[in-house]
Design a protein around this ligand. Structure first.
Ligand SMILES: O=C(O)CCC(=O)C(=O)O
Ligand SMILES: [Fe+2]
Length: 311
């Protein structure tokens, strides 16, 4: 009887388990859900790390999408962007942005006026200049970068024999400012007399010199409305051309999904609403010298400034 029992318990070859074991210590296969889940989580984390951390790190920063390239465009390029809440608590109903956007136009300012203003910028800035890579000249207030500080160019000129600026320089400046003023008022449906030129409005020169003060670090993302306080609409008139006069130095709008560039071109006007829907920066220069003018407008009459005149 005992023998029979032992015979019955012996397994045939078909009854052997996958490892060839023949009975003693056989573990029946059991689906271990917890272990499987752990494995899946480990694989997912590894995949996410490689895809979103390691690969982007090894490949360097993502390049930008081009909004407007350096070649001339006909008509205007418009990019609509939802307005931030920055204007909600403000008055100025007829002027403040209701629909926000970015606009680029090459047909607004003539090439000869842009070339003329480049001459003004070069002459004015040759009297001073930052020790770092970014200098400004504001011909309204007279502010001119000098070393690590600012001086008043009109005071400087009093002590000089030669005339640096002419009546024509101011005429061209006012004409160009007027063309941009009209274009912004028309684009955003603002009565022209409800939109005011504001400060700072200034020439800028950027080059490869390493920065000395925070004023030289033009490449930080910023919101003009926060940085300058009075701005509702920012415009930029470019006086030099990307990859011709300088390299790097593209203007970059920062968006959630992809950043968008405007490549400067002499005579090109770029304008946009100044709130946090339009965070931006200027890419660090890689070569050459870049000249532009920032011309700004406010809806607040208290922040209005007059046109500059020959002093
Ligand atoms: O020169 C540019 O393209 C932009 C300068 C700028 O962001 C500014 O003046 O606030
Ligand atoms: Fe800016």
């Amino acid at each position: 009887m005992a023998k029979d029992d032992s015979l019955r318990q012996r397994k045939t070859p078909h009854q052997r388990d996958a490892h060839g074991a023949t009975g003693a210590g056989v573990k029946p296969f059991k689906f271990d859900q917890a272990a499987m889940l752990k494995k899946l989580i480990t694989i997912s984390i590894t995949f996410a790390f490689v895809r979103f951390v390691l690969i982007p790190f090894l490949m360097g920063p993502k390049d930008y999408d081009r909004f407007v390239g350096k070649d001339a465009i006909t008509g205007k390029a418009v990019y609509m962007v939802p307005c931030s809440k920055d204007y909600e608590s403000e008055e100025f109903e007829e002027c403040k942005p209701k629909e926000c956007r970015r606009v680029v136009r090459d047909d607004l300012v003539s090439l000869s006026d842009a070339q003329h203003l480049l001459g003004v910028a070069k002459r004015g800035l040759s009297l001073g200049g930052s020790l770092g890579g970014a200098s400004i000249l504001d011909i309204h207030s007279g502010a001119l970068s000098m070393g690590e500080k600012f001086v008043n160019i009109y005071k400087l000129l009093e002590s000089m024999e030669e005339e640096i600026f002419s009546a024509e320089d101011f005429e061209v400046y006012r004409r160009v400012k007027g063309q941009i003023h009209n274009a912004i008022a028309e684009e955003f449906g603002i009565p022209k007399d409800k939109l005011y030129l504001t400060k700072p409005t200034f020439f800028s020169r950027m080059n490869m010199t390493p920065p000395k003060t925070i004023h030289d670090e033009y490449w930080h993302p910023h919101v003009d409305k926060e940085t300058y306080g009075s701005f509702h609409y920012t415009s930029l008139l470019y006086l030099t051309t990307y990859q011709q006069d300088f390299d790097g130095g593209r203007f970059v709008f920062i968006d959630k999904k992809s950043n968008k560039t405007v490549e400067p071109r002499i005579g090109r006007v770029s304008f946009f609403t100044s709130g946090s829907e339009n965070v931006h920066f200027v890419e660090r220069l890689k070569d050459g010298t870049r000249y532009a003018i920032t011309i700004s407008f406010s809806c607040n009459p208290e922040h209005a400034i007059a046109d500059p005149t020959l002093k």
